[in-house]
Every structure is written in structure tokens, then in C-alpha cells.
Design a protein around this ligand. Structure first.
Ligand code: SF4
Length: 375
């Protein structure tokens, strides 16, 4: 049977540990709600070490809500390039515009108004309200979910009301002095001590409050979420050069890629029967080239001549694993200039373009080939 820890003692132990041990991260040196908002959005699905340089550069270019709201989407996405999940950047941009329109350029203090901003969910609203405004608002992200499940030994299956219970526990914990530090301490403990597979219970500052530890089976909590099966998708990507530029496409739902601008690419439809490899590998290089040529002509009126495959790259997006055949192509016919969804990007500037990680991988795969220097 699980026991509930005494909240005042638990809070005190956690806060004392956090103040001694917290990592010195750039967003912890500010109380600016806008900067905290930017950091929280960047940290979604992305590791701290990756975020730090992007956060600093982004704030240098867009130091406040007004500068972000006034920027063009292209530039915002370019500054986000390499962080991935570009929807976050679009929503943050939309959020900055909403703050200008609804709140005169000041991030609102009321949690309900923060939550009403585009791209702000319950977790982000709680983080901004507690960290920037010192309000007793809870947070629940992956780290906090794991820590609370262990403290309270909750192993209810996902979807059984577990999240509601965890939000309630997080709300109880947030009540009291320094809710912002308390919330950050919860996240910090999950990130640095109470890890999913190897929790460091022996040196954990709150082990005396932890029911999972008392039971001697911390890894049993929370109950693992059944993994969605990953699906391998065969893709053909076109590398089309003109002088010192390469052709990029704004995917717009046609491409299996998800960046703002990426190499033109198309999924190769499955051709095999049960258990067979499908797509580019199954249909062969000629099949991949045929699909690419046909679909670029259909979608853009471009006539291209794919050459021999120059390399392969692999890239995971959510539950899909892309197996990408890279085909250099000659552009025989078709107009690019003035098109909304096509443009020539200077090779030397490709690093700074808002292309997704997959296009960077392809560029690197080609750069490693003898006799090929795409960038
Ligand atoms: S005692 Fe172990 S399981 Fe419990 S919070 Fe600490 S590290 Fe996590």
C-alpha cells in the first residue's frame, strides 16, 4: 500500500537540495517571463545542452516580445533552424503577436491568460506563472511525472486518470513558498537524479519520502507506456544544384520531411507483399527515381533527370523511420524563381537556413563521399 509523503518536509528537503545543486542554466539567471517562455518552448522535446546556444542567439536577435512579434516568419524559422519541431517556433511567434495585441506587449500574469496564448499548454503556463511570477501553479512534464509516480508509488496504466491524479499532487506541492524554485527542483531531480532506468536512490535528497524507493523497486514506476511501433518509410530525396545553390522546397504536406524548407523528397509507395521490404529498396533505385521525377513534375512542373544514387541517410520522425535514398538530379525544365514553395538556397548558407535535421544529415552524407563536395 502506498503512503503519502509529508508535503512540508518534502518541499523543504527538495528546495534545500536544489539551491545547493542546481545547474547554472541561462534561463535560471532571469525573471523575464518572455525569456522563460522562450526557454520552456525550446526545451520541449530537446535536450538542455542543445537548447543553450539557440536560446542565447534567439534572445540576442529577439530580446523581447515586440521584436519577436515584428519579425517575419522566415527569419524566426531560420533562427530556429536545427532545433526541429518548427511548429513550436511558429506558435511562439503567434504567441508574441497575441501578447502585443491583447496585453500591450507584456506577458500576462494571470495563468488563464497565459494558457490562452497560442502554443501554450498547461505545463508551459504553469512554468511561466510559477517561475516568472512566483504563483503557486503546478507543472507536469515527463520528469515530474516520473518523480511523482515514484514518490506516491502510482503505477496506474496510462489513460486511467493517472494524469489527473498527478496534476492534483503537483498542485498540492506547488502550494507554499517559492513555487517557481519548487517546480524547477522537481524537474531538476527528474533530470539529474531520478532517471528513468537508473535512479540514484542512495544519494537522493528525498529518498526518505519516496514510497517506490521504500518498496525497493523505483523502476517499476510509472508503468511504461506501450511503445507505438515504428514504421520504416522509404523516401527519395533530390539534390539539385545550380551553380553554388541547391533547390529547396517548402514541404506543404507533400513531403515526408517536416522542416520549413527542405530538399524536395517524396515517399516511395510500398510495392512488396507481406514481410517484404518496400519502397525505394523494394522498388529499386529506378523506382525511386521514377517516383521523384513524376511527382516533382506533377507538383511543381519541374522536369528532372535523377542520376545514380549518391548515398543514403536515416532519420526518425515520431513513429516513422525514414530510409532515404539521395539522388542527385539535373533540372531539365521548369521555373523556380517567383515560386512560393521552391527556392534556390546558397550552399554556403545552408547551415543557417531553416531546414530540418534530415536535410543537414543528407548534406553531411554527401559531403563524406569522395569526389562530392556539396557544401
Ligand atoms: S528515492 Fe529514488 S525513486 Fe525516489 S525520488 Fe529519489 S531517485 Fe527517485
Amino acid at each position: 500500500m502506498s503512503r503519502s509523503p509529508a508535503i512540508p518536509e518534502l518541499r523543504a528537503d527538495l528546495l534545500a537540495w536544489y539551491r545547493e545543486n542546481r545547474r547554472d542554466l541561462p534561463w535560471r539567471r532571469t525573471g523575464d517571463p518572455y525569456a522563460i517562455w522562450v526557454s520552456e518552448i525550446m526545451l520541449q522535446q530537446t535536450q538542455v545542452a542543445t537548447v543553450i546556444p539557440y536560446y542565447q542567439a534567439f534572445l540576442e536577435r529577439f530580446p523581447d516580445v515586440a521584436s519577436l512579434a515584428a519579425a517575419g516568419e522566415e527569419e524566426v524559422l531560420a533562427r530556429w533552424s536545427g532545433l526541429g519541431y518548427y511548429r513550436r517556433a511558429r506558435m511562439l511567434h503567434a504567441g508574441a503577436k497575441a501578447v502585443m495585441e491583447r496585453h500591450g506587449g507584456r506577458v500576462p500574469r494571470d495563468p488563464a491568460e497565459i494558457l490562452a496564448l497560442p502554443g501554450v499548454g498547461r505545463y508551459t503556463a504553469g512554468a511561466i506563472a510559477s517561475i516568472a511570477f512566483d504563483l503557486c501553479e503546478p507543472i507536469l512534464d515527463g520528469n515530474v511525472r516520473r518523480v511523482l509516480s515514484r514518490w506516491y508509488a502510482l503505477d496506474d496504466p496510462p489513460g486511467s486518470g493517472l494524469d489527473r491524479t498527478l496534476w492534483e499532487r503537483a498542485a498540492l506541492l506547488a502550494q507554499g513558498p517559492d513555487p517557481g524554485d519548487l517546480n524547477q527542483a522537481l524537474m531538476e531531480l527528474g533530470a539529474t537524479v531520478c532517471s528513468p532506468k537508473d535512479p540514484r536512490c542512495l544519494t537522493c535528497p528525498v529518498r526518505r519520502h519516496c514510497e517506490a524507493c521504500r518498496q525497493g523497486r523505483p523502476e517499476a514506476f510509472p508503468r511504461p507506456v506501450p511503445r507505438a511501433r515504428t514504421r520504416t518509410v522509404q523516401v527519395a530525396a533530390a539534390w539539385i544544384e545550380r551553380g553554388d545553390k541547391v533547390l529547396l522546397e517548402r514541404p506543404a504536406g507533400l513531403s515526408p520531411f517536416r522542416g520549413n524548407w527542405d530538399l524536395p523528397a517524396r515517399e516511395i509507395p510500398a510495392t512488396g507483399g507481406k514481410g517484404r521490404s518496400t519502397g525505394a529498396a523494394g522498388a529499386g533505385e529506378a523506382g525511386a527515381a521514377g517516383v521523384l521525377a513524376r511527382e516533382l513534375e506533377r507538383d511543381h512542373g519541374l522536369e528532372v533527370a535523377p542520376e545514380a544514387q549518391a548515398g543514403r541517410a536515416r532519420h526518425g520522425i515520431l513513429d516513422r523511420r525514414l530510409d532515404i535514398a539521395i539522388l542527385p538530379c539535373r533540372l531539365l525544365k521548369g521555373r523556380v524563381s517567383g515560386r512560393k514553395n521552391l527556392r534556390w538556397a546558397p550552399l554556403a548558407e545552408l547551415e543557417e537556413q531553416a531546414v530540418s535535421g534530415v536535410t543537414h544529415k543528407i548534406r553531411r552524407a554527401l559531403a563524406g563521399r569522395p569526389g562530392k563536395q556539396p557544401v
